[in-house]
Design a protein around this ligand. Structure first.
Ligand SMILES: Nc1nc2c(ncn2[C@@H]2O[C@H](COP(=O)(O)OP(=O)(O)OP(=O)(O)O)[C@@H](O)[C@H]2O)c(=O)[nH]1
Length: 285
């Protein structure tokens, strides 16, 4: 199957991102906690060079507590400290601000060592489309300044905002272009709607979602997944079906055989959390 991006948009987004990165000392890289690996861009560390980076896993509310614990220990094993946030509710945001502040203290220490004066640390929030960057910026600001768009891929002009005496933040987030050669990652990103300007087939993406759910359902036993989320929501058990057959059966059972509508409904329910807290990735073993 194919998920297509518009190459012009990707090149433009990449240039805009690099311009933003030049301006800052600290980068807050936001990923989707449901798919922390698929919302990682392989070139990030190359783009950042020696700049400080803070890893934020947003949509904390959309994964079970057990999955969060697993990711925490996995990232720590990799030598990284993930900050988990629910940017919609403001959870975990204070800890992120503290970490930026600390990066500023370290930066100013280095400046003083070189005989320079202190200055506020400059930061930017970056991430794939729709992962919650604007929501995080708003929470860091403590008020609604940046429009938190419901549609993917919305950007604005650059402006600095003060979030404390010591921190200046670019009010517009940097959008990481979803250049995804790996179709499995691309599918997960499409399922989660972290995809921006892309065209894809709702039906194929919905089938993939059903298949992921069927594959991961056994994790409910370990508290890492909701029990039978499809059966609970639609009163139609997915166990006897393949992904394609389930969508057809569900369309026949509930949506007058309309498979496109069924696909859209399923994706909508997943994205709104109606199916429960459903992680689509777990740490590699
Ligand atoms: N459930 C949940 N929803 C969130 C969270 N963070 C953001 N959202 C919602 O996700 C949608 C996208 O959030 P935005 O902040 O606009 O995302 P963005 O990354 O700035 O998006 P673009 O500007 O399109 O790249 C909005 O509907 C937010 O309300 C979260 O932690 N949990």
């Amino acid at each position: 199957m194919t998920i297509q991006w518009y190459p012009g948009h990707i090149a433009k987004a990449e240039r805009a991102l690099k311009d933003q990165l030049k301006l800052v000392d600290v980068v807050l890289e936001v990923r989707d906690a449901r798919i922390p690996l698929s919302t990682h861009h392989p070139q990030i560390s190359q783009w950042l060079g020696s700049k400080a980076r803070l890893l934020v896993l947003n949509r904390l509310d959309m994964i079970p507590a057990g999955a969060r614990k697993k990711w925490l220990s996995w990232f720590e094993e990799q030598g990284e400290t993930p900050y988990f946030t629910d940017a919609q509710q403001g959870k975990g945001v204070r800890e992120v601000a503290k970490a930026v502040q600390l990066a500023g203290v370290e930066m100013n220490q280095r400046r003083r060592d070189r005989g320079m004066l202190d200055r506020p640390v400059r930061a930017v929030v970056i991430g794939f489309p729709n992962v919650g960057k604007s929501a995080l910026i708003n929470r860091l600001l403590g008020k609604r300044v940046v429009e938190s768009a419901r549609r993917a891929g919305v950007t604005r002009q650059l402006r600095w905002v003060r979030i404390s005496e010591q921190i200046e933040l670019l009010d517009a987030p940097g959008v990481i272009p979803s250049l995804l050669k790996n179709q499995e990652n691309a599918l997960k990103v499409a399922i989660c709607d972290d995809i921006g300007d892309a065209s894809y087939d709702n039906y194929l993406v919905a089938v993939a979602l059903v298949e992921y759910i069927k594959d991961l359902e056994y994790m409910a036993e370990f508290g890492l997944f909701p029990a039978t989320p499809l059966k609970t929501r639609y009163k139609l058990d997915s166990a006897p079906f393949t992904g394609e057959d389930y969508l057809q059966a569900l369309a026949d059972f509930r949506y007058k055989g309309d498979i496109e509508r069924t696909s859209r409904q399923l994706l909508h329910d997943f994205r709104k959390g109606v199916l429960g807290a459903i992680p689509l990735e777990f740490p590699p073993i």
